[in-house]
Design a protein around this ligand. Structure first.
Ligand code: ATP
Ligand code: MG
Length: 121
């Protein structure tokens, strides 16, 4: 994510809440990440870490709360949106889309996917 003025934070989560049915996975989460900062999110199994990351990477959408990217309130609609904002996700468990070829899986998150198959190979 490219650097912005010092006063801005790279990412700010304010009051992020997400439920799955009766399971409250994230309960009003506030998180600030500064530019250049390396953070570890620690918590027991099922405490909601991946859920929060999935919302930052556009896979899930918060029920409540706001996300600010570079100081600007932002709705991250999809993983493509997230990638354009400089947010990438590396999952703890390796993921493949079964119906895609090996090459399709490799280029899935790249911006070069508009190239033809020959060029991609
Ligand atoms: N898609 C989903 N549908 C239903 N419940 C879900 C879904 N995703 C997460 N949950 C539930 O939300 C809660 C938080 O899960 P989450 O995966 O975010 O935790 P975690 O902190 O990443 O756990 P772990 O350390 O095991 O990776 C759990 O109770 C989980 O079962
Ligand atoms: Mg997890």
């Amino acid at each position: 994510m490219s650097r912005s003025p010092e006063r801005e934070n790279a990412i700010e989560c304010r009051g992020i809440t997400k439920s799955f049915g009766t399971v409250l996975a994230n309960d009003h989460i506030d998180l600030t990440v500064r530019y250049g900062e390396v953070l570890a999110l620690l918590g027991e199994n099922g405490s909601g870490k991946t859920t929060l990351m999935n919302m930052l990477s556009g896979i899930y959408h918060p029920d409540e709360g706001t996300i600010l990217i570079g100081g600007k309130e932002t709705v991250i609609h999809s993983p493509v949106d997230a990638a354009e904002l400089g947010i990438g996700m590396i999952y703890q468990h390796f993921r493949l889309v079964d119906v895609f070829t090996a090459m399709d899986n490799i280029v899935l998150g790249t911006k070069e996917k508009r190239l033809g198959a020959k060029e991609l190979k």
